[in-house]
Write a protein that binds this ligand. Sequence first.
Ligand code: GLU
Length: 548
Amino acid sequence: MDTKKLASALIPDTDLLPLEEYERMYPPRDLKKGAEVTRLAPSPTGFIHLGNLYSALADERIAHTTGGIFYLRIEDTDEKRRVEGAVESVIRSLKYFNVNFDEGAEIDSPLNSYGPYYQRRRAAIYRAFAKDLIERGLAYPCFCTEDELNKVREEQTANKLITGYYGEYAVCRNLTEEQIYANLAAGKPFVIRLKSQGSTQNKLTFRDRIKGEITVTENDQDVVILKSDGIPTYHFAHAIDDHFMRTTLVIRGEEWLSSLPVHIELFKVLGFPMPAYGHTCSLMKVDGGTKRKLSKRKDPELSLDYYRRAGYYPVAVVKYLMTILNSNFEEWERKNPEADYTQFKFTIEKMGKSGALFDLDKLNDISKTELSKLSAAQMYDFLNGWVQEFGTDSDRAHFADRAYIESILALIMGIGGKKRRKDIERAEQGVRLIAYFFDDAFAPDRSWRFDADTVNAVISSFAALYDPADDNQAWFAKVKEVAAQNGFAAEMSDYKADPSKFKGSVADVAEILRIAITGMPNSPDLCTIMGILGRDRCLARMNAAMLN
Ligand code: GLU
């Protein structure tokens, strides 16, 4: 068969360069020894998930701790799945978590000389290499229809055979020159398949940077390399792009492990050295006592957008992911509580080999701790950022008064006290938590534990004594006085000695006042809250509580 003629008939393009030209255009990168070039290669579907952030963080840390490059490539070969604005959304979402690209699609960088970074714009290069494979007898056209392929698959499944296009099932492998040209003349659509040289009798041993040594079976499938629209499949584009973009380390999900034999063969037939690989384990969660993969359908927390909307503190999410990425991160963090996580020596070899357990409760804990380290001004900025993007008009109106909010935050966070409070977990919850400081958002839940007469008597006695100028001590002395006036024990010790003598204790009096003022039985220091609210609001709330 004249494969040169066949290649020209199948790929008649006139804009293809000689293959050496591509090597010259995209030379090996001039980086110091040991520098890793990593990439994130998402499809522009608009859905960016925690798994993407998990591997992007590993990519970013590895590139930036070795003096390498982290770039963004858009795998847009499937036109149907493309969503407008998806690329910007990937960049924005990752940036929120401090993961920044050095190079790539929509990144403005002088480094951008390995592009284009959209696969659809790289058609010529894929087609040049496919043409070369056809010329060398290592690829061929396949005219099988979807129906024919389905039928074969059903037959293979029924006979418990490996499914796919291989061996005797690879019927177009053996088409004669005449048959091929007749099909072409008849205008039949075709794909280009690799003519696999492998055999499943052979085993290959491979060292994955995460999973360690892995033994796989050689590929014998004649996989599609160019689809009927002339656009490459993932496999072919992966080999060509990661070679010419000079990726040194491919970090990707373990679902690709089963295609590794195909990729090994493709790199071999294309004459490219293999990059190193690290296949990340899937993120799992415990659901009803069993472990399962996080699912797009069932778990909103898989989407990165979820964290922005709920107002998670980005550093907390990153630190949490670091704890599941590198088993020694937590210990390092304990020893270096003030250090920035970027000072941690991240290593791919310490990444988990199997099922990383994602635990929202633990993330929430880390988030509380991280947020408790902020100053009131930093907390204001963080909450305000969320309010401006996701809050209500009324939230925005509240946040217009920076000084008022900062005084609330200083109290809520225990700033200046012996120990910081950890009441704020994320922006949405933090904003709701301070809502009672604003009359329009004050929605008291007044579940009194005493009858209306007692409640009213306690509140009115306190209102009569109340002086906004009182310090904490004077304020508390009045609460005790109110207790004594109304049949409650002013001293806890008296109450404990004989509870039957009293209606309750001074703590119950404080609770009644707390419910009146904040609408809740628990809150930070009530005297300080009353100071922040001011005299008029406090009196109005006490009055309103008595009417109920
Ligand atoms: N586009 C592929 C994906 O989103 C990329 C896999 C890879 O990183 O090579 O799964």
